[in-house]
Design a protein around this ligand. Structure first.
Ligand code: DAH
Length: 340
């Protein structure tokens, strides 16, 4: 009887949902709540219910009657309201919106980006930007990337007819910034889009986002880099996060490292996950920007710096345990609603 009542309720609410005509709504009332209606006949069954269960079944009966009655009067009111609105023959744009219609929220990528920026701001970093349609100089040459580097090949990079390109990383903002700064220190963070001719799959997009950071001053050490990144990842991913630096190579940093993080794991085995690239700014980068600047502010013998960069999608996937990068661009509200 309990399950019969449950399915009656579900059936009633569903049936009511599709009704729009006054007559049909009245017929519904008779069918479910009327003297010979479904609910009345189920109530009659109370007589045969085991005395031990009577209380429970009675309560359920009341609950179902209440739910159907309420849904019905809401429907009747809505119908009346629609009639009233039609009567004044206009749309009242001053009516408040209906609550619960689904409130929007920031995209998970935006949330993680904002969080990352907030953390680095605490350390004195400020936002910087550069163009997405970039010169090969800013994207590659000034970053000490040789002419024959595979990343520069048209099979990997989108080129414009005029020889410009869609930046393949946000590291180009390092050059834009260094070319124009008036004084030291430089501490910038630059989130933004990057483009690569990659086949789209569970871990690759051809348009994606990165976060770049650069710190340049009289004397910047590897310890500064390490301390900054440890602070950053512990703030972002949790204080139990372990951070590891693995020697690597990037043309624009020397020495260079890849950074792995190990998140605090509950119940399962924690793994090291590669998350970012970093290093000490290569003197060749200071040389290149000094040449275009034509001054000594960033002379490689006078300044040092560190830089790091990472993929925002990857960071978001790690933070939220997202298994497929494509979820982040599909705009499926069932996915997005989980980040409200
Ligand atoms: N630009 C690199 C990439 O797209 C990431 C990176 C590595 C940025 C090292 C840096 C860095 O600033 O120092 O893979």
């Amino acid at each position: 009887m309990l399950s019969q009542l449950d399915s009656l309720k579900a059936q009633a609410l569903q049936a009511l949902y599709t009704l729009t005509e006054e007559a049909a709504i009245e017929a519904f009332r008779v069918e479910y709540l009327g003297k010979k209606g479904h609910l009345t006949s189920l109530s009659a069954g109370m007589r045969d219910v085991d005395p031990a269960l009577k209380r429970e079944v009675g309560a359920k009966l009341n609950e179902v009657r209440e739910a159907i009655t309420q849904a019905l009067s809401a429907k009747q009111e809505a119908l009346q309201a629609a009639k009233d609105a039609a009567a004044v023959a206009g749309l009242d744009i001053t009516l408040p919106g209906r609550p619960g219609a689904g409130q929007g929220s920031l995209h998970p990528l935006t949330q993680v980006r904002d969080q990352a920026v907030r953390i680095l701001r605490k350390l004195g970093f400020v936002l910087a930007e550069g163009p997405e349609v970039e010169t090969a100089w800013h994207c590659f040459d000034a970053l000490n990337t040789p002419e024959d580097h595979p990343a520069r090949h048209p099979s990997d990079t989108f080129y414009m007819p005029d020889g410009k390109l869609l930046r393949t990383h946000t590291s180009s903002v390092q050059i834009r910034t260094l070319e124009s700064v008036k004084s030291l220190p430089v501490r910038i963070i630059s989130p933004g889009a990057a483009y690569r001719r990659d086949e789209i799959d569970a871990t690759h997009l051809s348009v994606f986002n990165q976060i770049e950071a650069l710190y340049v001053a009289d004397e910047v050490s590897l310890a500064d880099l390490k301390g900054t990144l440890e602070f950053f990842f512990k703030e972002l991913l949790g204080s139990g996060t372990a951070v590891r630096f693995r020697p690597h190579f990037f043309p624009f940093t020397e020495p260079s490292f890849e950074i792995d993080v190990k998140l605090e794991a509950k119940g399962r085995e924690a793994r090291w996950i590669e998350i970012a690239g970093c290093g000490m700014v290569d003197p060749a980068v200071f040389e290149a920007v000094s040449r275009t600047r034509g001054d000594e502010l960033l002379h490689p013998e006078r300044v040092s710096g560190f830089a790091f960069g990472m993929g925002l999608e990857r960071l978001t996937m790690i933070l939220h345990g997202i298994g497929d990068i494509r979820h982040l661009i599909e705009n499926d509200s069932r996915f997005l609603a989980q980040f409200a």
